[in-house]
Structures are given as C-alpha cells and as structure tokens.
Design a protein around this ligand. Structure first.
Ligand code: GUN
Length: 281
C-alpha cells in the first residue's frame, strides 16, 4: 500500500515557517499586504478567496479585499489594478479566476505589475520561469515540488509525466520538473496510447479535471502519483482526477483529495507574498 502524502501537514509546516519570516519582516519595519480581487460571486471562488484571506491572517500578513459586483466593467477592474500597482503598501495583487465572460482574463492578468504578480500568471513571470530567471511561480505546481521534496522523493533523473497542459498547472509544472533535472513528458487529450505514456512515469502528475480518469492501468507499479483534480463524483463526494482506491495499492506514494495538493496552493501563494518583498527590493 502506498504512502499517503499529507498536503495538509506539509502546508501547515510551510505556513509556520512563513509566520516566522513575516514576523521578522515586521520587526524590520516591513508589513506585507496582499490585495485580493473577486468579481461576482462564483461559489467556488468565494471559498478560495476566504481561505486565502484566512491564510494571510494565519501567517500574520495583511490582506485587502475587493469584492466587486458581477457587472463590473473591464475598465473599472483595470483602473483598480492600476491603483494597486501604484500603492507602495500593497505587495501582491491577486485577481480570482474565472472572471465574468465580458472581461478578458488575459488583458487583466497582463495589467498586474509583474513585481506584484503573486499568482505567477503574468506572461513575464511565465517567461522568467521558462528561462530560469527570478520571478513568481504559479502556486499549485510550486506546491507540488514542495510536496515531493518534503516527502523525500528524488526528482532529478526521474521520468515525470504531466497529464494536462493548462497554463496554470500543466505547463509550469513541466518547466519546474525540468528545472529539477527530471526527464519530462507532457501528455494530453490528443496523446496517442495515453496509458503507455503515463505508465512510463516514475512520477505521474494528473491535472485534467476529469473525475477518477486515472485508474491503475495508467500507472507503473511503484510510481508516485500526484492528483491535482478537485471534482465531485456520482454521489457528490469530492474526488480527484485519480481513482484513489484503485491506484493506491499499486503505487509507492499518492496524494489524497482532499488534503493533498489543494492546501499547498495557498501555502505557496503566501510564500510568494513573502518573496515579493525581495523582488520589489
Ligand atoms: N482560480 C482557480 N485557481 C486559481 C488560482 O490559483 N489563482 C487565481 N487567481 N484564480 C484561481
């Protein structure tokens, strides 16, 4: 039976380290503040935003909350971002996605000052990651690297397969694994012989948004399996993209849903807020 990678415990460890860093910054006269913008009231976004604000409180940094109505125009949102870009007392700016359809997400992401882009979504942040320069890294993939490292799982030289190619998870995940000297394959919905590809993986990372897609016939015996999915199954129970009960007996280590990757995203957002002070230095 696989070891269960406890994302809740590892995220708490990271948050406690960040609490100390926040206190040291405060003692030196720097108060870190994250501005969180939500447009509309998508129920999942409300939960994420609440947890992000709670995270700030836990580690002892400030948060400013902007809850804007659904009918907010793109211009109004861009004006707010400009104001926050200019404020020296704001270190990080996070616009919760998805945005209402009348607002263009790319334009909004590009409007955030890359020095305050704690989500790591700005093209400049992504480009910096690609060529190994300093910049913010997307929180979920950064959290997965921490999960692996803090669980004592070696990455260098391993065959890693990332299933999913989103801008937020799949692509930056592949770049981070490459930075850690893994051999990396990105697989996706058009990949031929998908199971043959995923079965090569020593470390398999699944981020496709399809409940329980990955069963044991996708997994090499003894692999490490990281599940980024957050879905509901046929009984409305939360589940990942991996069929946990089917896969756990054949792998070496696996993340559960909930309690695996999820808590790491907020921990890494908070880490980026603390790191922003250096980038803005
Ligand atoms: N929506 C879902 N995940 C995220 C995230 O990590 N950041 C933002 N801004 N929006 C999201």
């Amino acid at each position: 039976m696989a070891a269960i990678i406890d994302g809740k415990a590892i995220s708490l460890q990271i948050k406690d380290e960040l609490k100390e860093k926040a206190a040291a910054l405060k003692a030196a006269g720097t108060n870190v503040t994250l501005a969180v913008i939500q447009v509309g009231s998508n129920p999942a976004s409300c939960v994420y935003v609440r947890n992000k604000k709670k995270g700030c409180e836990y580690i002892g940094i400030g948060s400013l909350s902007y809850e804007l109505p659904e009918e907010t125009t793109q211009e109004e949102l861009l004006t707010l971002i400009e104001e926050l870009n200019a404020r020296v007392d704001v270190n990080g700016i996070l616009v919760q996605l998805p945005l209402p359809t009348h607002i263009d997400e790319d334009t909004v992401i590009r409007a955030i000052d890359p020095k305050k882009d704690v989500d790591g979504f700005h093209p400049q942040s992504v480009g910096a990651l690609c060529i190994g320069q300093p910049g913010f890294v997307s929180c979920t993939p950064a959290g997965i690297i921490q999960l692996l490292k803090r669980s004592g799982i070696e990455i260098a030289g391993k065959e890693c397969v990332v299933l999913g190619r989103s801008n937020i998870v799949g692509k930056p995940m592949a770049l981070l694994l490459l930075r850690e000297n893994a051999t990396v394959t990105i697989a996706h919905s058009k990949t031929k012989d998908l199971k043959e590809v995923t079965k090569r993986a020593d470390i398999l990372i699944v981020a496709v948004g399809r409940p329980k897609l990955v069963t044991r016939d996708y997994v090499k015996e003894g692999a490490v399996v990281i599940d980024v999915g957050i879905n509901r199954d046929e009984n409305n129970k939360m589940c990942g993209d991996v069929d946990f009960d089917d896969v756990a007996p054949v792998c070496n280590a696996i993340t559960p849903v909930p309690g695996g990757v999820g808590p790491m995203t907020i921990a890494m957002l908070l880490n980026n807020c603390i790191e922003s002070v250096k980038l803005q230095g």
